[in-house]
Design a protein around this ligand. Structure first.
Ligand code: ADP
Length: 506
């Protein structure tokens, strides 16, 4: 019996929850519905006018229009979503990520309506939704934290005094922040007052809450996060870490599990710290505890995300668990069918977020129609997407087209598979982060695992991609194959004598 089967991955009987509504769109709505269907659960989609013909709408057993394209008039309409849930007899609501997924009020209203919220309790969402409240909540639990002000500041004199104490550079952050927004690096005393004013008005505009706080700026950090899963019976486990240091604008683009930098001892320590964070807020369901790790492998708590993360598939692949299945099972009261000791890491997984952005033009959003859209196939490849050939990329929502996920027996095999999958992925009509992924996957720093959150800043320029087209070295060969393939001609990649291209090792 496989390990996955031993720990209950292939459960065949599901008692309650016959129908769920998925309050989201795109790849995540589809991904949630696929698991629900496998579990014999009926699915209800909601959609905006811009998404009338979207794959998630067609996939669902039932689909209902929410309203016009802007999310405020559609995907954020709590009243409408609850009305549709009642009308369709849905028993649970899955929020996906983004939109309403981190609104405690939504979770609360779902419960008040007598439905099951497939996620944590409103209280946990509330506490962890504020970076400052989160730090307060975990303080008594022996969690290492980045030195900082610990509270919101609005007085420039106090800010300057605190920043001087912390030592420069200092990072100014919005307490309600998210998506890398509202962060400012302050290099000296003189800048504190002006940066405080800017950061605070930016935070107010973006999050409706102007509170900002100070944190020591860690010079060369890695972003390491831990997937946790907790049931209603007091069991909390960690599903190991994800390395998410390849970022642009403080936002992740390439993720992997496990991290090449984390040792077994650190893995255990950071995993157990993540479990303590989860317990600090009475956490139930799937969640992610984010840490920064410095060059000495010291880690510091950043925040907790109280939902399924975009990058959850890399953890699924190395653990053999379907996180959405476990979200649903936990939500309906089942205990986790396994203990920490039964969880093992199997191989290595990478994820590349395929954004409709132009890496040759400062990652600016790229809009248009997907004239050609062909996904790579194979049993080492998983593509979670919400798009099809001929579709237009709407300007209203997150510009992520899909997630390309690969799994290999070890990091090097997975890396080769990532390169192969990128070269086989055909997207025409808009610019994407695919060539950026190719750049990352072939970069020495990435190959060696020696990189931090400044990877893009340190190594990537607007010319990097055109340089890959220059006729020098292996990189050029792969890029040429990529372009060749894009032109609709035969793809030729180096193969070993068994014809298994991905098994070739350096
Ligand atoms: P958000 O909620 O906006 O995503 P996070 O607190 O999760 O903000 O931080 C996002 C990213 O910003 C991190 O992954 C890291 O790259 C950078 N960052 C955050 N805090 C620090 C810090 N104290 N020092 C250095 N980099 C930081």
């Amino acid at each position: 019996m496989s390990h996955a089967a031993q720990i209950g991955y292939f459960a065949d009987s599901f008692a309650s929850m016959k129908k769920i509504l998925v309050a989201n769109r795109g790849e995540i709505a589809l991904r949630v519905m696929r698991t629900a269907r496998r579990m014999g659960i009926q699915t209800v989609a909601v959609y905006s006018e811009a998404d009338r013909n979207a794959p998630h709408v067609r996939f669902a057993d039932e689909a209902y229009l929410l309203g016009p394209a802007p999310s405020g008039e559609s995907y954020l309409r709590i009243d409408k979503i609850l009305e549709i849930a009642r009308h369709t007899g849905s028993e649970g609501i899955h929020p996906g990520y983004g939109f309403l997924s981190e609104q405690a009020l939504f979770a609360e209203k779902v419960q008040q309506a007598g439905l099951i919220y497939i996620g944590p309790r409103p209280h946990a969402i509330e506490v962890m939704g504020s970076k400052l409240a989160a730090k307060d909540a975990v303080k008594p639990f022996d969690i290492p934290m980045v030195p900082g002000s610990g509270h919101a500041i609005s007085d420039p004199v106090e800010a300057r005094r605190l920043a001087d104490d912390i030592g420069y550079p200092v990072l100014m952050k919005a307490s309600a922040g998210g998506g890398g927004k509202g962060m400012r690096i302050v290099e000296s005393s003189e800048e504190v007052a002006s940066q405080l004013e800017r950061a605070s008005s930016e935070a107010l505009a973006a999050f409706g809450d102007g509170s900002v706080f100070l944190e020591k700026y860690i010079r060369s950090p890695r972003h390491i996060e831990v997937q946790v899963l907790a049931d209603h019976h007091g069991n909390t486990v960690y599903l190991f870490e994800r390395e998410c240091s390849i970022q642009r604008r403080h936002q992740k683009v390439v993720e992997e599990a496990p991290s090449a930098f984390v040792t077994p001892e650190i893995r255990k320590a950071i995993g157990e710290a993540a479990v303590r964070v989860a317990k600090a807020c009475g956490y139930v369901n799937a969640g992610t505890v984010e840490f920064l790790m410095d060059a000495d492998r010291k880690f510091y708590f950043l925040e907790m995300n109280t939902r399924l993360q975009v990058e959850h598939p890399v953890s699924e692949w190395i653990t053999g668990l379907d996180l959405v299945e476990w979200q649903i099972r936990v939500a309906r009261g089942e205990p986790l069918g396994f203990t920490q000791d039964e969880l093992k890491i199997n191989g290595h997984a990478f994820e590349l977020r395929v954004y409709a952005e132009d890496p040759e033009n400062n990652f600016l959003p790229s809009t248009g129609v997907l004239h050609r859209y062909r996904e790579p196939q194979g049993r080492h490849v998983r593509v979670d997407s919400g798009f099809e050939e001929g579709m237009e990329v709407p300007i209203y929502y997150d510009p992520m087209l899909s997630k390309l996920i690969v799994h290999g027996r070890d990091r090097e095999e997975a890396r080769q598979l990532l390169i192969k999958a990128i070269t086989e992925y055909e997207i025409e009509g808009i610019a994407t982060t695919l060539p950026f992924g190719l750049f990352v996957a072939q970069h020495e720093a990435f190959i060696s695992g020696q990189f931090d959150t400044h990877f893009v800043q340190n190594y990537f320029t607007a010319d990097s991609i055109s340089q890959m087209r220059q006729p020098t070295g292996e990189a050029a060969g792969i890029m040429a194959a990529y372009l060749h393939h894009k032109d609709g001609q035969l793809l030729k990649l180096p193969e070993d004598q068994n014809g298994r291209w991905y098994d070739r090792r350096r």
